[in-house]
Design a protein around this ligand. Structure first.
Ligand code: GLV
Ligand code: MN
Ligand code: MN
Length: 410
C-alpha cells in the first residue's frame, strides 16, 4: 500500500484506550490515576508492555519519563510524539492518554504496513503532567528540558505529604536513562481540546498555534480560632472568610481583566473545619491563566494587592507561594502549518486555535520545533469522568498525527 493511503485502525486505538481506562476506573467512565500512585504504575506497566510488543526500545529516565524508540533508517535526531497517562482525581479517559496511545497506534500502523522512516520515531510518556498531586504541572517534561533540577523535582511534596522521589522509586520508575535522552528534531502531541470550540463549530482538527501562560499559587491564611456563637463579628479574624473572599475576588478579577483571563479557586482547605469554630487557618490554591504575559502579570499584581488589603482589613496573616509559573508559548509555525496541511489533505475540517490547558508540548517547545493536534471534546467537558470524544474524531486526530510524523521523519 502506498504510504499516502495508510490509515490508523480506529478499533485498535479504541480498544487500547478502553483497556488503559480500566486501570483506576471511576464511576461515569473516567479514571483516577494520580501521578506515581499504584494506578499510575499499573498504567505505565501496560503501556510499556504495548511498547515492547510493538518492537520499541524502552528507556526510562530518572524522573520516570518513558520513551519507546522505533529505529529509523538513519541515526538522525528522532521525531517524538506523546503526552501523559496520569490523570486528575476525577479525570476522563482521553486527556493525555490519547496522545500516548495515538502515537502507539501510528507506530502499529507503520509496523503493519512495513513502512520505515528515515528518522527514528519516539513515543514519550511524561511523568506528572497534571500536577494535581505534585506541583508544578508538566513536571516530567519540565525536568526533561532542564527547566527544573532533578533533585528539586524529586524533593517535591505532594498534597498527601508523599515525596515524589520516594514514590517514583516505590513504583519502580526511577530509571537510569540519561535525562534528555532522544533529544528530538520535532515534537508533536495529539490531545483532546478539553474546551468547547471545535465541538461548537463542528470542526474536526485544531492546529494549536499557542498556549496560555499559567500561574499557580498556594495562599496560606492564618486567623484565630474562636467560638462561632460568642465572638462578635467585629472581633473576628476568620480565615474561612478570608478564603471565601479570595474565591470571590478571583471571579471578579477575571471579569475585570476580560479577554482571555481565567481564574479558578479549585482547592480550599479549612482548619479545624468544624461548623461551630471560626477557622484558624485556610489554604487556597489559585489558578490564573492568560495568553498574554503582561496581562497575566497584571492579574498576579492585582491578586497580591488584594491579599495585602484583605490581611490588613481582617487582621489575618496571609502568605502566598508560587506552585507553577509558565509563560505563554507560541508553537513552531512550520509545524502548525504541517498539521493544517495534513488535515486538509486527509479531508478533515480544521482551524487554528489556542490551548487553554497546559501540555507537555509547551515544555518541549523550549528545545525543539513543537506543536499540537486537537480533536473535539463533546460539550467541551474535561477533567471530568464525562469527558468524551467521538471515535471518528479520535481516528481523525491519530491519522493527522501519523501522516505528520511520517512527513517529519522522512
Ligand atoms: C493540566 O492539565 C492543566 O492545564 O492544568
Ligand atoms: Mn493533558
Ligand atoms: Mn489534564
Amino acid at each position: 500500500m502506498k504510504a499516502e493511503a495508510l490509515r490508523i485502525d480506529a478499533d485498535r486505538l479504541l480498544a487500547r484506550l478502553g483497556t488503559l481506562a480500566e486501570i483506576g476506573a471511576i464511576e461515569g467512565g473516567g479514571c483516577c490515576r494520580l501521578a506515581l500512585t499504584d494506578e499510575d504504575r499499573a498504567g505505565r506497566d501496560l503501556v510499556v508492555r504495548w511498547m515492547r510488543e510493538l518492537g520499541l526500545e524502552v528507556s526510562i529516565d530518572p524522573i520516570g519519563n518513558i520513551f519507546g524508540c522505533r529505529a529509523g533508517t538513519e541515526a538522525a535526531a528522532p521525531v517524538m510524539a506523546g503526552s501523559h497517562i496520569d490523570t486528575v482525581r476525577t479525570g476522563g479517559r482521553y486527556d493525555g492518554n490519547l496522545g500516548v496511545l495515538g502515537a502507539l497506534e501510528a507506530i502499529a500502523t507503520l509496523n503493519a504496513a512495513g513502512v520505515r522512516t528515515r528518522r527514528p520515531l519516539v513515543v514519550a510518556v511524561f511523568t506528572d503532567e497534571e500536577g494535581a498531586r505534585f506541583a508544578p504541572d508538566m513536571l516530567g517534561s519540565l525536568v526533561y528540558v532542564s527547566g527544573l533540577q532533578l533533585e528539586e523535582a524529586l524533593a517535591t511534596v505532594g498534597i498527601d505529604g508523599a515525596v515524589l522521589g520516594d514514590e517514583l522509586r516505590r513504583i519502580g520508575y526511577a530509571g537510569a536513562a540519561p535525562l534528555g535522552i532522544h533529544r528530538p528534531h520535532a515534537y508533536l502531541e495529539l490531545h483532546i481540546e478539553q474546551g468547547p470550540v471545535l465541538d461548537a463549530e463542528g470542526v474536526t482538527i485544531g492546529a494549536v498555534e499557542n498556549l496560555q501562560g499559567i500561574s499557580w499559587q498556594k495562599i496560606a491564611i492564618t486567623g484565630q480560632s474562636n467560638h462561632a456563637g460568642t465572638t462578635p463579628m467585629r472581633l473576628r479574624h476568620d480565615a474561612g472568610y478570608g478564603a471565601a473572599a479570595v474565591g470571590n475576588f478571583l471571579r471578579q478579577l477575571a471579569r475585570e481583566l476580560g479577554g482571555d483571563q481565567v481564574c479558578t479557586m479549585g482547592r480550599v482547605a479549612l482548619h479545624p473545619n468544624l461548623i461551630n469554630v471560626i477557622a484558624a487557618r485556610a489554604t487556597v490554591c489559585a489558578d490564573l491563566r492568560n495568553t498574554d504575559e503582561a496581562r497575566l502579570r497584571e492579574a498576579e499584581r492585582r491578586l497580591a494587592a488584594f491579599l495585602e488589603e484583605l490581611a490588613r482589613a481582617e487582621g489575618l496573616r496571609i502568605t502566598s507561594r508560587p506552585l507553577a509559573r509558565f509563560e505563554p508559548v507560541r508553537f513552531d509555525p512550520g509545524l502548525v502549518q504541517l498539521v493544517e496541511r495534513t488535515a486538509a489533505r486527509l479531508g478533515y475540517t480544521h482551524r487554528r486555535m489556542t490551548s487553554g490547558a497546559g501540555h507537555d508540548a509547551q515544555m518541549l517547545a523550549r528545545i525543539c520545533a513543537a506543536a499540537m493536534v486537537f480533536v473535539p471534546s463533546v460539550r467541551g467537558i474535561s477533567h471530568n469522568p464525562a469527558e468524551h470524544t467521538e471515535t471518528a474524531d479520535l481516528a481523525a486526530g491519530a491519522n493527522v498525527l501519523l501522516h505528520s510524523l511520517m512527513e517529519l521523519a522522512a
